[in-house]
Design a protein around this ligand. Structure first.
Ligand SMILES: C[S@@+](CC[C@H](N)C(=O)[O-])C[C@H]1O[C@@H](n2cnc3c(N)ncnc32)[C@H](O)[C@@H]1O
Length: 289
């Protein structure tokens, strides 16, 4: 199919048929993802397929499980890398983590719980793990004195399998400081392997932020998060869904807990009354407690 073809219109009925098929097969509900994004991604798949129109594309999904998988992969955009938006991670390293540990000490609380929602291949939550290891080392404190629970969740199980392996191409580690790269990765045959010390800190599990069945990662059991990162995921949803998810995250946080959103995401409306904005550039918020 020609690549310079104009994007054909897709009517609501056909789109709804597609959403119903995805829901039936995978249990995912794409009906509240931004329509324009869905249409663009769908068009890309159509161009790469053997069929000419959406009606036949939906039929194709019935007989081609691989194409169905590729569609899901394209709809759940997994662009990420270690220390994405480095200033955010500087803010976490030098403001949020020190404040959090100070509060933990003051309250004689040794449990730290952090969740990355929509973690892609684990780059974000592993970056936080590295920051914690680094913090305890710089402060000459024993990390073993704390029980640290780090969760990475994503809707896409195949992404989580990759996350668990902890093996990354060079593009994923371009923002990693040299001292972290030397200390926490092993380079072999063009790939970067995360050291076990970092990998074993994180638990990955499948979790759909839209699902009303669980508002928190299943293996997290209780909420009580000290820090939640939900970056570059809300942008794919309509405003009412963003609000619903942000409220869930609010309830999953401890009073005084931190929420980090993506660069193009913000709190809005009455949600702004529930948090203090600590730094607008890094989109770091703190739950009022
Ligand atoms: C662009 S990536 C963001 C990765 C990382 N948070 C970052 O900012 O670099 C968006 C991730 O959200 C995941 N995702 C999409 N819909 C989701 C949903 N309903 N529940 C959980 N994760 C979802 C995608 O699979 C993808 O891994």
């Amino acid at each position: 199919m020609e690549l310079n073809r104009q994007m054909p219109e897709i009517d609501d009925q056909t789109l709804n048929d597609l959403f119903a098929k995805v829901k039936q097969k995978y249990g995912y509900d794409f009906s509240r993802y931004r329509r324009e994004m869905v249409k663009r991604r769908l068009f890309k798949r159509l161009l790469n397929s053997e069929v000419e129109d959406y009606h036949n594309y939906i039929k194709l999904l019935e007989r081609d499980a691989q194409e169905f998988k590729r569609l899901i992969e394209d709809l759940t955009i997994k662009v990420s890398y270690f220390f994405r938006d480095p200033f955010v991670f500087e803010f976490l390293a030098y403001v949020v983590i020190p404040e959090l540990i100070k509060t933990k000490k003051r309250n004689n609380d040794q449990i730290i719980r952090i969740w990355s929602a929509g973690c892609a291949y684990g780059e974000e939550i592993y970056s936080v793990a590295i920051l914690l290891l680094d913090y305890f080392e710089r402060k000459k404190m024993n990390i073993q004195e704390y029980e640290i629970f780090l969760f990475g969740t994503d809707i896409d199980e195949s992404a989580l399998e990759k996350a668990q392996k902890g093996v990354y191409p060079e593009e994923s580690v371009l923002e990693v400081k040299k001292r972290f790269l030397d200390k926490y990765f092993v380079y072999k045959n063009g790939l970067y392997y995360l050291r076990d010390e970092v990998k074993r800190m994180v638990t990955f599990c499948q979790h759909d932020v839209i699902s009303s069945k669980q508002i928190t990662p299943p293996s997290g059991v209780i909420c009580n998060y000290d820090l939640i990162l939900c970056r570059n995921l809300l942008i794919y949803f309509d405003i009412s869904l963003q609000k619903q998810i942000l409220l869930n995250l609010y309830h999953a946080l401890n009073p005084g807990g931190y929420l980090v959103l993506g660069e193009a995401e913000s709190l809005f409306g009455e949600l702004e009354l529930l948090f203090d904005c600590l730094n607008i550039k890094t989109k770091v918020y703190q739950k009022r407690g």
